[in-house]
Ligand binder design. Structure first.
Ligand code: UDX
Length: 447
């Protein structure tokens, strides 16, 4: 390896870290070291195994490791010595009080401090509360003797990766946001050059991503505000869908008609069971909490969360309206993951709804193409091997996650398996006519 290639270190090889290290190494021109405290995880990645479900990543990882530009290790010395740019990609789970738990960021910074040199750029990709860039800088400074403290830079580089499409999101982003001081920004922008110019095999030069440079705090705020906006857009769609049901309008007609206005845009206007996952709920709550620290009450953001939770309760009411009694009913739930293309169950609407169904005395069978285990408190759920098995003797079928394969299910096979005839399409993805032809009664969200 030539000595002139920049050395990148990525601290934390969870979801964001694994994608970041693999993509930068794949793009070439750099040497990338992924550092993790968990020897199992580092060892697995080093062998090209991905410890979570992300389509395409195993092949992409193996291909990149074979280039010799990507190494995973538990040794800070190996990963961090002479690193030019260090990405912090550690987790920031929600603490007991709802605020993000920053202990992993703190320990990553302490590990890193002794290896800093003049010109090292520390890039924060972990989602930290607004203002944390300064905190990381102070933490690093305080870990070093004042006398010969190196001149390092801190840059915030929020990630906008979606589970299931993370590699594409990394290589073909709409924008790259970098916050910090001029010289640090320039160094990081240089790393992103292949992406910004789409100068790689399979790049799409006809659609160049925008480079947006901001102050440190603005970049941190951008991450939260972006997720809050998307969450709000979904909650807006759900609120309008609820009103459509009341007045007899059809949200499937109304919402695309709103989205056709370029100022609005079509994506993220699908009503249903609401959002789940590790980001939206956590980030919107964190932004609300940040506001409160300044005595600011964010009505819009609080309502965004409330509407999302109300969708889950609304499904139960809908089932009660249709089935009258839930006690002793058999409900088949199709889809468990918070969205298709992932096995992630964090804040999954399906699980919340299943808990409510069990509490109401219903029996639940569930099928998900990828999720094959459930949390211990859901041991009463019968996990089926396919849709028909889940629907066996069911009074109602609830589609909770819009896995594409559910659209190909033969409605007559489901009808034959069921005892009742109610199908609640919680994501509006089934063809109501085809399902009605099989003798089933389909209801959805917003119509
Ligand atoms: C999200 C952001 O999109 C990403 O930019 C950020 O970095 C992390 O959070 P992710 O959590 O992977 O990514 O999920 P996303 O694909 O955005 O979907 C979020 C949820 O919203 C899913 O539960 C999905 O079912 C739901 N959703 C999405 C809707 O209910 N309606 C919609 O119209 C769109």
């Amino acid at each position: 390896m030539s000595m002139s290639e920049p050395k990148i270190a990525v601290i934390g090889t969870g979801y964001v870290g694994a994608i970041t290290s693999t993509c930068f190494a794949w793009l070439g021109g750099v040497e990338v070291w992924g550092l993790d405290t968990d020897p199992g995880r580092a060892g697995q990645l080093a062998m090209g195994q991905v410890p979570f479900y992300e389509p395409g990543l195993p092949e992409f990882l193996a291909e990149t490791i074979a280039t010799g530009r990507l190494t995973f290790t538990v040794s800070p010395h190996e990963a961090l010595t002479d690193a030019d740019v260090v990405f912090l990609c550690v987790g920031t789970p929600s603490g007991a009080d709802g605020n993000p738990d920053l202990s992993q960021v703190e320990s990553a910074a302490r590990t890193l401090a002794p290896f800093l040199r003049d010109g090292t750029v520390v890039v924060n990709k972990s989602t930290v509360p607004v203002g944390s860039g300064n905190w990381v800088r102070t933490l690093l400074e305080d870990s070093l003797p004042r006398a010969d403290r190196p001149a390092f830079q801190v840059v915030s580089n929020p990630e906008f990766l979606r589970e299931g499409t993370a590699i594409d999101d990394f290589l073909f982003p709409d924008r790259v946001v970098l916050g910090g001081d001029e010289s640090g920004l320039r160094r990081v922008a240089e790393l992103y050059r292949p992406i910004l110019e789409q100068a790689f095999e399979g790049g799409r030069p006809e659609r160049l991503p925008e480079l947006i440079t901001t102050g440190l705090t603005s970049a941190e705020m951008t991450k939260y505000a972006a997720n809050a906006f998307l969450a709000m857009k979904i909650s807006f769609a759900n609120e309008i869908a609820g009103l459509c049901e009341l007045v007899g309008a059809d949200a499937r007609e109304v919402l695309p008609a709103i989205g056709a206005d370029r100022r609005v845009g079509r994506p993220f206007l699908s009503p249903g069971l609401g959002w789940g996952g590790s980001c939206f709920g956590k980030d919107v709550s964190a932004l609300v909490a940040t506001g409160l620290e300044y005595g600011y009450t964010s009505g819009l953001l609080s309502a965004t969360v409330e509407v999302n939770l109300a969708q889950r309760a609304a499904v139960i009411r809908r089932l009660q309206r249709e089935l009258r009694v839930l006690k002793g009913r058999r409900i088949a739930v199709l889809g468990l993951a918070f969205k298709p293309g992932t096995d992630d169950l964090r804040d999954a609407p399906a699980l919340d709804i299943i808990r409510r169904l069990l509490a109401a005395g219903a029996g639940v069978a569930a099928y998900d193409p990828v999720v094959k285990t459930l949390p211990p408190d859901l041991s009463a759920v019968r996990l089926a091997a396919d849709v028909a098995e889940a629907a066996d003797q069911a009074d109602a079928v609830l589609l909770a996650t819009e896995w594409p394969e559910f659209q190909d299910v033969d409605p007559s096979a489901v009808a034959a398996a069921m005892k009742g005839d109610l199908v609640l399409d919680g994501r509006n993805v089934l063809d109501p006519h085809a399902w009605a032809s099989a003798g089933l009664r389909v209801v959805g969200v917003g119509w």
